[in-house]
Design a protein around this ligand. Structure first.
Ligand code: WTA
Length: 691
């Protein structure tokens, strides 16, 4: 029903009573169930009109089809997002203002005067309507030992963790660091933070003690949650020991919750809390905190081109709404589907498409703990068959790896449940795309190459949603999502208005899912994203816009590289290499790698008096980088050089290094600004010897 003259306000009387029921105890559940059921009927009705495609758009008046909806989302964003927010989220206090944004100043606020609780939106409202629906399927490392958790069970687990955190002094506004593999208790811990109003800071459990410590210190966490050991690809990792080492340099940490992933006991100190034991003492009901839309939901650290990793801040309502909406429309998710995103929860993909998006939509979401090749290269497809996965979302690096093992590992398993295949994190080359489409998807599942970033909170460019039967071009992200307005900039900072052109990819309008700041460094946030092209959000990526107006991402424009879909700043690796006493200086670049996408290449200048054999030093440097950052950041190739090519002002000319490594010597470019041009000849020769 449309209220007053505002076409964007879909204020359904039924819906608001259902929303209210969310905040009342069980006696209202029956009423809530009835309303939910009638709402589902609306969602299920199919057809090509806009209302069926996007029910909240019913009040937009005359807007029909995906393209018109897209135009509407840009020309009247307030109405579009207000309707979506009212329809998709449950509010304990309705918002009045939709947005208050000024990109030139890095100010981004959505639904600011509204209040809600993210865990209620992800759990309670589904428990009221379908408590026994499976929320999580934990695909444990040990094949065939998956465990299912219903929405009721996940809510109970979340409430116990929430109560435990509260009892142990965690308050609204605190930040809890989570260092766990992908498992149900990690999800419950994230949601428990959301329930009591604490922010979470999930650190990928492959990060070293030092990298973890840096993130704990920056986030000023007093509480850390971990497990005794992790298990991945049949290998055990000592996560608790890593936390022990990390917290030694983290004076803020007062307590560490330790859950048991394996049977193996670990040494517990006075600071440690046996998590499951303590959870048993807690009630299964936990009062949700009423959170303002713009309170912090989480920090997530990611790499930039310079300096330390930055803690990007995402807030409550806008993030959740954007994750939910993109999850539904990019993957054509339908009620009852089993959604299989294989990303680790330590990355933004795990946050938005393993946890928040699917749970906000009441989906059954898969938690994948293993690797694509354990115990054999059929693992993903065996899982698809066993769990009847409808949407599979993974990284090109795994697809490239698996295609080398041959089609038989795929064909062995029944993949008839699959409806959509997704790709994320790095460019997907045509060979991998074709194989994914033809072999994995039997040529009948659309492949959606989704472009987005930790900063964007959710998918911004993807082939879907689209008009029915619209074309999908291999290896192209193609179409902006609702409310997303990409622009390409030329070298002078002017907007490129024509098609068939390339430039720096920026966004001309804010959207609800975008990051709000960098924790403790709003200035850096402004300088990185809003200063390069005033009035626009700068993504750091370059893109090509085709004749038809489709977008294709061409790669980073800064010194960030993408190794197996993991983002890392070359400066971070150089920092670690330079700390080695034998090293005078270094320059790190990415080079193209057939499986990883990009791999790490380090040029190292040794100090004069060093006479350790190079092979030994090379080994040592590789292991130092693994220990100090993470395994994936470790250089694949190390070339020792006498000097680095530098400009007369002392700046390393990475462009030249990249060309040497790509064996593109014809386009070394202008070397006249080099301090000492003979350096390049030495490097070319050394590179050939290394290969
Ligand atoms: C790259 C991951 C090409 C891009 C969700 C971006 C992609 C960075 C794609 C963000 C894609 C992500 N095609 N490149 N479909 N998706 N990227 O923050 O360079 O870990 O800036 O977020 O990955 O990495 P992040």
């Amino acid at each position: 029903q449309t209220v007053g003259n505002d076409p964007g306000r879909v204020a359904c009387a039924e819906l608001s009573s259902w929303v209210n029921a969310m905040w009342l105890p069980a006696k209202c559940a029956a009423a809530g169930r009835g309303v939910w059921a009638s709402r589902l009927c609306v969602l299920r009705r199919s057809g090509s009109n806009t209302a069926a495609f996007m029910p909240e758009a019913a009040g937009f008046g005359g807007v029909s089809g995906r393209a018109a909806l897209q135009d509407f989302s840009l020309s009247d964003g307030d109405s579009f997002w207000a309707a979506a927010a009212r329809h998709r989220l449950s509010w304990s206090r309705p918002f009045r203002t939709v947005r208050d944004c000024d990109l030139s100043r890095g100010r981004i606020k959505w639904f600011e005067d509204g209040e809600l609780n993210v865990s209620v939106n992800c759990l309670d409202r589904h428990v009221h309507t379908c408590p026994e629906r499976v929320a999580l399927i934990w695909e444990r490392d040990e094949r065939g030992s998956e465990v299912r958790y219903t929405y009721r069970e996940l809510l109970e687990m979340t409430c116990r963790v929430g109560n435990l955190l509260r009892r142990r002094g965690v308050k609204k506004g605190d930040c809890v660091t989570i260092y766990m593999p992908t498992c149900p208790l990690a999800v419950a811990s994230m949601l428990a933070c959301a329930r009591i109003g604490a922010a979470h800071n999930v650190v990928f459990a492959g990060f070293s003690a030092e990298a973890l410590a840096e993130r704990i210190r920056d986030a000023q966490s007093s509480t850390v949650i971990t497990v005794n050991q992790g298990v991945r690809g049949g290998k055990v990792t000592e996560l608790k020991k890593t936390v022990d080492a990390a917290v030694q340099s983290c004076p803020t940490v007062q307590q560490v919750f330790v859950a048991m992933r394996t049977e193996k006991p670990v040494t517990m100190t006075a600071r440690d809390v046996a998590m499951e034991e303590e959870m048993l003492k807690e009630d299964v009901v936990c009062e949700p905190a009423a959170m303002s839309s713009e309170d912090i939901l989480f920090l997530l650290y990611t790499s930039g081109s310079t300096g330390k990793p930055k803690g990007l801040v995402h807030t409550q309502a806008g993030y959740l709404l954007y994750a939910a909406l993109t999850h539904r429309y990019v993957f054509s998710y339908q009620d009852g589907d089993v959604f299989g995103c294989v990303a680790d929860i330590g990355w933004i993909t795990g946050h938005s498409y393993t946890v928040y998006g699917p749970l906000a939509n009441g989906a059954t979401t898969v938690l994948f703990e293993s690797t694509p090749v354990y115990p054999d290269p059929g693992r993903y497809w065996d899982m698809v068959e066993r769990l009847k996965i409808n949407q599979f979302y993974g990284a090109p690096t795994a697809i490239r790896l698996l295609l080398r093992y041959g089609d038989q590992w795929v064909n062995k398993y029944d993949r008839s449940s699959l409806k959509t295949l997704g790709s994320v994190g790095e460019p997907i080359n045509t060979e991998a795309w074709e194989w994914y489409h033809r072999v994995v998807g039997e040529g009948r599942c659309p492949v959606v190459d989704t472009w987005w970033q930790t900063e964007t909170g959710g998918i911004c460019i993807a082939p879907k949603p689209s008009e029915p039967d619209a074309e999908i071009v291999p290896g192209m992200a193609m179409r902006p999502f609702f409310g997303i307005k990409p622009v390409l900039m030329d070298a002078e900072g002017k907007v490129l208005t024509t098609n068939n052109t390339s430039g720096a990819l920026c966004m001309a309008q804010p959207w609800p899912g975008m990051a709000r700041t960098i924790h403790n460094d709003h200035q850096r946030f402004i300088e990185t994203y809003f200063r390069p092209y005033p009035g626009y959000f700068f993504t750091g990526d370059g893109a090509y816009r085709s004749k038809e107006g489709y977008y294709q991402i061409t790669g980073r424009l800064d010194d960030v590289i993408n190794v197996s879909g993991h983002r890392i700043g070359t400066a971070e690796i150089e920092d670690v290499v330079n700390q080695c006493p034998a090293v005078a200086e270094s320059a790190v670049i990415g080079y193209s790698h057939s499986i990883k996408g990009e791999a790490v290449y380090a040029f190292v200048v040794l100090k004069k008096d060093v006479n350790v054999p190079e092979a030994e030093l090379s080994k040592e440097l590789k292991s130092i980088v693994s220990e100090k950052i993470a395994k994936y950041a470790s250089p694949d190739l190390i070339q020792f050089v006498k000097r680095l090519p530098k400009t007369r002002s002392g700046k390393i000319m990475r462009r030249v290094l990249r060309k040497v490594v790509e064996s593109d010597l014809d386009s070394l470019g202008d070397l006249s600004t080099l301090d000492d041009p003979t350096a390049v000849q030495e490097i070319i020769q050394g590179h050939q010897e290394l290969l």
